[in-house]
Design a protein around this ligand. Structure first.
Ligand code: PLP
Length: 359
């Protein structure tokens, strides 16, 4: 029996995607072998990667002014690549700190020898909300932010206007809602939250910006090198791209695009937040209501013993992955694209019953 999967990442994948991959495991597209046993230079594999890119572009509405590449090293390596390509030694860059992943991105820029500065931070308020006031450096090469804060359960509703190109870590909300692409210079997302297996990271970067990247960057970390080689500078993670490609098709053909996906996600999140808000304080949301994420719903019970008991009993009831991040504890339900309304209804029913018997 499949569980209702609320894992924060790697997270749930759509069942039709898994079924198709299973069907084609031994003989993919008539090649007599699985997709991952093919050469990455084989025609069928190149066509598959191109198709994945085309589907992604059409979903996100990205024109030819954007380069789209499949990278390795996870979202975390993008922290490094952005700093190396666009700031470099002593290069000035702005970071908005909204939690664990933004902090890591900022620290990485320092390690790379850049000169990052905080344009805003919600750390004094324990990262419970998205900042409203910004102090941008007009000399900065870029501004970096985290679109959805996976650990704290907060999410940007409206992005700030920035003097320098905006670069966003979209890992935990990628393809969950339409994107105002014009607002950004670069966006990236690790696959394993909302798209496919770990091992591939999608980066979309405006070509004019990529053209201005520093030339003194090692090949595997250089955006221009990866763009020029169309994601095949070295052996790409073919399996991860393949599954992501199936997810893109599922989003396009079964869900009907990102508007439709956003509406499904909004209703899922509202179902859960409503239950939390109407629980008379038994369940307490940890994010400020105006900053609440539609992807990661973070909450607490009245005490630690109840938190632990909740997690254990939920798991026994087939509700997986509800523990909060190890840095903050508490509980978290991740409602990525592949999590269904039915899964959320099961969770809400469980929460009601848990409160009735333990509250
Ligand atoms: C999970 C996550 C990361 C880290 O991703 P890796 O692919 O493991 O490096 C970075 N940013 C955000 C917002 C995340 O949710």
């Amino acid at each position: 029996m499949r569980v209702a999967n609320f894992n924060p990442g790697p997270g749930a994948l759509p069942v039709p995607v898994l079924e198709e991959a299973a069907r084609d495991m031994l003989n993919w597209r008539g090649t007599g072998m699985s997709v991952m046993e093919n050469s990455h230079r084989a025609k069928a594999v190149i066509a598959m990667v191109e198709e994945a890119e085309a589907d992604l572009r059409s979903l996100m509405g990205l024109g030819q002014e954007w380069a789209v590449i499949f990278c390795q090293g996870g979202a975390s390596l993008q922290f490094t690549m952005i700093a190396l390509n666009f700031a470099g030694p002593a290069g000035r860059c702005d970071y908005i700190n909204t939690g664990l992943w933004s902090t890591k991105a900022y620290k990485e820029a320092k390690i790379c020898g850049a000169n990052p500065r905080l344009a805003a931070t919600s750390e004094p308020d324990d990262f419970t909300h998205i900042p409203e006031a910004f102090d941008f450096d007009s000399e900065a090469q870029y501004v970096h932010l985290t679109a959805n804060n996976t650990v704290r359960g907060t999410q940007w509703k409206q992005y700030p206007k920035t003097p320098a190109p905006l670069m966003a870590d979209m890992s935990s909300e990628f393809l969950s809602r339409p994107l105002e692409a014009d607002r950004f210079g670069l966006i990236y997302a690790g696959a394993q939250k909302n798209m496919g297996p770990a091992g591939v990271t999608v980066t979309a970067v405006k070509r004019e910006l990529a053209d201005r990247a520093r030339p003194d960057v090692p090949s595997m970390l250089s955006y221009p090198v990866l763009i020029k080689n169309e994601s095949m500078y070295n052996t790409p993670p073919v399996w991860s791209i393949y599954i992501s490609g199936l997810t893109f098709k599922w989003l396009k053909n079964t869900i009907g695009g990102l508007e439709a996906m956003a509406e499904i996600n909004r209703i899922k999140a509202e179902t859960l937040y409503r239950l939390i808000d109407q629980s008379g304080g038994f369940y307490r949301g940890t994010a400020r209501p105006d900053s609440r994420s539609h992807m990661n719903v973070t909450f607490l019970l009245p005490d630690q013993e109840l938190n632990d008991r909740f997690k254990k009993e939920a798991q026994a009831a087939g509700l997986e992955g509800l523990g909060g991040h190890r840095s903050v504890g508490g509980l978290r339900a991740s409602l990525y694209n592949a999590v269904t309304q039915d899964d959320v209804n099961k969770l809400v029913e469980f929460m009601r019953e848990f409160q009735r018997t333990r509250g």
